[in-house]
Design a protein. Structure first.
Length: 430
């Protein structure tokens, strides 16, 4: 069944639940218990225990039985995890509403504290009115998408992960709308604050901030265009088989600055950080006194956003890759003599991209199939301490079906994401 620990698939068993347990609010106790039971079963099979005595004499039969048992257990566990999704999404929906109105309360408190001694100004009234209007819009959006995570729904991609480009574009859109609403409210609302207005406090406020509108619009245009272009690039690469995007169980915060496997992504991280800093500067210009951020500084910040967006989009154009077969060899057990590939032998397919990032959970590993001639052969799951030794990203070991005709035989790998390799012709002997 393979050497224990050899070629263990990283991420497939590094923690008790793998990717099942990585959610914002955890899972219920029954699900955690089911995850622990699966891990215990996998470790038992990896140690060679629990296999029926009638199968222990045949390594191939034992391996296939263990693989089928683990695949069935993983499938049941995935169905149980899916049942918790509705509860989790409802919790996220309620949490986003609390966050929206909590932000309004924090803004009100900050405005009240800063007004002490200086007086309440029409600009403070305008910013509060704009914040309430945005919170109401967010509440409507959250209710409309309450079954899909509230306000997270527009930020989630087709692969059920939070999209960095969509999140950044949404953030700039909210900031721009907030600035526009503040300007409108400053023109139409009377000073209704509890403190007397400071003489001349609002003089020149709107003209001073209006000078920053062109840089703000440039930043919004850059990030919105990046979001549209990134989606088009990813969709085109997936359709062409040059990128694999297996679906995630649910969106996670780490998706914003990490790849599908949860590893830190430099392009996404810099894009997120640069836009967060520049957006904070723009928000300061909207909330603060006129002249706090000058027009040259605004243009420099907008140019930084454009450069960051270009780097992010360039990285999107070159990320990932499709599965590729580099060679096919007969899997030789210790003591075997060299021989050609024959029906019933195990073959080792060497290449890259067989297990794409984000597809390392057992249920997705069990979906990998090798087409040998006209026969589709599921890749057996071979447990090892802490994970699986087969399948792996660079190697797959499968048996050659007994009914394969001798001669040149085409071999293809179909990954869990549905991507298929180009054909590789191997000679099958009699």
């Amino acid at each position: 069944m393979g050497a224990p620990g050899a070629g263990v698939t990283p991420g497939a068993g590094d923690d008790p639940g793998g990717e099942w347990c990585r959610c914002g609010h955890g899972v219920n106790a029954a699900h955690r218990k089911a995850v622990a039971a699966f891990v215990a079963l996998r470790e038992e099979y990896a140690a060679g225990r629990g296999i029926p005595a009638g199968l222990a004499r045949s390594a191939g039969a034992a391996r296939q039985w263990v693989s089928d048992e683990l695949a069935l257990s993983a499938r049941n566990l995935t169905e149980r995890a899916a049942a918790t999704r509705a509860t989790w999404l409802d919790a996220v929906h309620r949490g986003t509403l609390r966050t929206l109105w909590g932000a309004v309360a924090v803004l009100l408190l900050g405005q009240a504290l800063t007004a002490i001694g200086g007086g309440w100004t029409p600009h403070r009234t305008a910013t509060l009115a704009a914040a309430v209007a945005l919170a109401l819009g967010g509440t409507v959006t959250a209710w409309r998408h309450r079954g899909h995570g509230g306000v997270l729904a527009p930020l989630t991609g087709e692969d059920h992960r939070l999209s960095t480009s969509r999140t950044v574009a949404a953030g700039w859109s909210v900031l721009t709308v907030f600035a526009v609403l503040t300007a409108v409210a400053g023109n139409v609302l009377p000073d209704t604050g509890p403190y007397p207005a400071a003489p001349g406090a609002a003089d020149g406020a709107l003209p001073g901030r209006a000078a920053l509108a062109p840089p703000l619009l440039l930043a919004l245009l850059a990030v919105s265009g990046t979001a549209v272009a990134a989606r088009a690039v990813v969709a085109a690469r997936v359709r062409a088989g040059r990128l694999q995007k297996p679906a995630a169980e649910r969106p996670r915060a780490v998706d914003l600055f990490a790849d599908d496997a949860g590893r830190a992504d430099l392009a996404a991280t810099q894009y997120l950080l640069v836009n967060a800093v520049v957006a904070a500067l723009a928000l300061t210009a909207v909330l603060g006194p006129p002249g706090l951020v000058r027009t040259p500084e605004g243009w420099a910040a907008a140019a930084l956003v454009v450069v960051s967006a270009a780097g992010y989009l360039a990285a999107k154009c070159g990320e990932g890759g499709g599965p590729v077969i580099l060679s096919v060899v007969r899997a030789r057990e210790p003591g075997d003599l060299p021989a050609p590939i024959r029906p019933g032998d195990d073959i080792e397919i060497r290449g890259t991209g067989f297990v794409p990032p984000g597809a390392r959970t057992p249920d997705l590993l069990a979906r990998i199939v090798v087409r040998i001639g006209t026969v589709h052969v599921p890749v057996p799951l071979v447990p090892a301490p802490g994970g699986f030794s087969n399948p792996a990203d660079a190697t797959l070991t499968v048996p050659v079906p007994a009914d394969i005709e001798p001669g040149p035989t085409e071999i293809r790998v179909i990954t869990a994401s549905g991507a298929e390799t180009a054909g590789w012709t191997a000679e099958v002997g009699e």
